[in-house]
Design a protein around this ligand. Structure first.
Ligand SMILES: Nc1nc2c(c(=O)[nH]1)N[C@H]1C(S)=C(S)[C@@H](COP(=O)(O)O)O[C@H]1N2
Ligand SMILES: [Mo]
Length: 439
């Protein structure tokens, strides 16, 4: 059929069968046998699950190869395939019942490499998503400076620009897990995390333009959204690597991420990366705003709060398998995950199959960039045994990701933020994966 001789057809099916045998894909082999029978009998539709038509499977020529497709500009702004409708940001109902002061999370289990596509980067709003006309938007820099200045978007884009791939993480990422393993899904345990290529002008360049007075030691950054988000940023960070960002993964910043400009403090609490940025005031001390006192601080066991916990410390998680990516058949798997550190480069990752009793190195792969997601992977032949999967990362400063026990011993049980403990996935013998914590 479809131009293949009976002999050719059988040879092709045999090759496919061998290939699937080599991969150990039991289900696929069963399915192919099934498909072969149906094709042999000339049936139009053979199904393993629900909607797979054998007429579209090799050696047949699929229906979409027999006609011309849609033309260009079917989607003037490109969209993912209709078959990827499941790859979306998600919220947790009980955590953020309203959408105005809310958070949606990145589907980390669906992502490859280190870049988060713009439509999938988690969003955090304290006062809803403002709709800002860039022609009417201005950035004001004033306070302890020689020349207070007001910049238009065009003016900001005339300065030399930098493009850097950096992760962005809400310090509340995984905060629900302090009490117990509550969230059944990687998207919810770790999804307040994204990693994009950010383009903009270094804050130090703009500070040069206004001329910071010697007493100028802190900067108040303020957003133009209804929440009036404000955070105090030390001058050292501003002069080190902070960026006033207007582009994300090559295109204009998304509305959700702060269009037309935001502050990006690489490796620091996402909360300090003020979106829809409208004002920078230079002062000689911090302002102690709401979001750095009553919120975004950790209450320690002695009843005192940690002051300015800016850095997102080293963390890692296995992305596959995970609750959303169970093991379907026995055989070889690439156990994969991501590691990141707000202090610099990831130096190494170990993984454990037995809940931290023994560890083996999981090689890093792809680009290894400072304050950026880094991939690790480990090949494993799974034969249906239960596993307690963990990853433990360390960074170039020597900081090692702590166990939950170590983290709790230091921080007690009152925290919401900065939960970077080694995470456990319990793999059951049927291949399903559960969020777990070991005492
Ligand atoms: N103006 C403004 N900036 C803001 C926020 C906000 O609500 N308003 N939320 C902050 C918080 S808590 C985080 S974690 C990051 C999230 O950035 P994202 O929405 O691009 O993921 O933005 C920060 N900047
Ligand atoms: Mo946040």
């Amino acid at each position: 059929m479809d131009g293949f001789s009976q002999k050719e057809e059988q040879r092709l099916l045999k090759t496919l069968q061998q290939e699937s045998d080599n991969l150990g894909l039991v289900e696929r082999r069963k399915f192919l046998k099934n498909a072969m029978v149906m094709v042999g009998a000339g049936a139009v539709v053979a199904q393993t699950g629900s909607v797979i038509a054998s007429s579209n499977l090799p050696p047949a020529v699929p229906s979409w190869s027999r006609k011309l497709g849609d033309g260009v500009l079917t989607n003037p702004y490109g969209l993912p395939s209709d078959y990827e409708k499941d790859t979306i940001r998600r919220t947790v109902g009980w955590l953020t019942p309203d959408r105005i002061s809310s958070i949606s999370m990145t589907p980390l289990h669906k992502l490859k490499g280190i870049i988060t596509p713009n439509g999938l980067a988690f969003e955090r709003y304290h006062g809803g998503l403002p709709d800002i006309n860039p022609d009417e938007h201005r950035l004001i820099i004033h306070g302890l400076v020689e020349r207070p200045l007001i910049f238009t978007m065009d003016e900001l884009k005339r300065f030399p620009s930098v493009s850097e791939i950096k992760f962005l993480e809400c310090p509340a990422n995984g905060g629900m897990e302090w009490k117990a393993p509550q969230m059944e899904g990687l998207q919810f345990t770790h999804g307040m995390l994204s990693c994009c290529e950010w383009t903009g002008v270094r804050l130090s360049t703009l500070l040069d333009a206004v001329g910071v007075k010697p007493e100028g030691k802190w900067i108040l950054a303020e957003g133009a959204d209804g929440s009036g988000m404000t955070r105090s940023i030390p001058m050292e960070k501003a002069l080190d690597d902070a960026i006033i960002v207007y582009a994300q993964n090559g295109e204009a910043l998304r509305k959700e991420q702060g269009y037309p400009i935001r502050l990006m403090n690489p490796g620091w609490e996402g909360n300090t990366c003020i979106k829809w940025l409208r004002r920078l005031e230079i002062g000689d001390k911090p302002w102690y705003q709401r979001e750095e006192t009553s919120k975004y601080t950790d209450l320690m066991p002695d009843g005192r709060a940690r002051k300015f916990s800016f850095v997102q410390e080293c963390n890692s998680v296995i992305t596959s398998p995970s609750p959303e990516v169970p093991l379907k058949v026995k055989g070889w798997y690439e156990i994969e995950g991501i590691a990141w550190s707000g202090k610099g480069k990831i130096k190494g990752v170990d993984i454990s199959l037995d809940g931290g009793v023994s560890w083996r190195p999981a090689p890093l792969k792809g680009m290894i960039i400072s304050k950026c997601l880094t991939r690790f992977s480990y090949m494993y032949n799974w034969q249906g045994e239960p596993l307690l999967l963990q990853s433990r990362a360390w960074d170039e400063t020597g900081y090692v990701q702590p166990t939950f026990k170590q983290l709790r011993a230091e921080r007690g049980g009152n925290s919401i933020y900065h939960r970077n403990a080694i995470h456990t996935w319990k793999v059951h013998s049927n291949g399903s994966v559960q969020n777990a914590q070991l005492s």
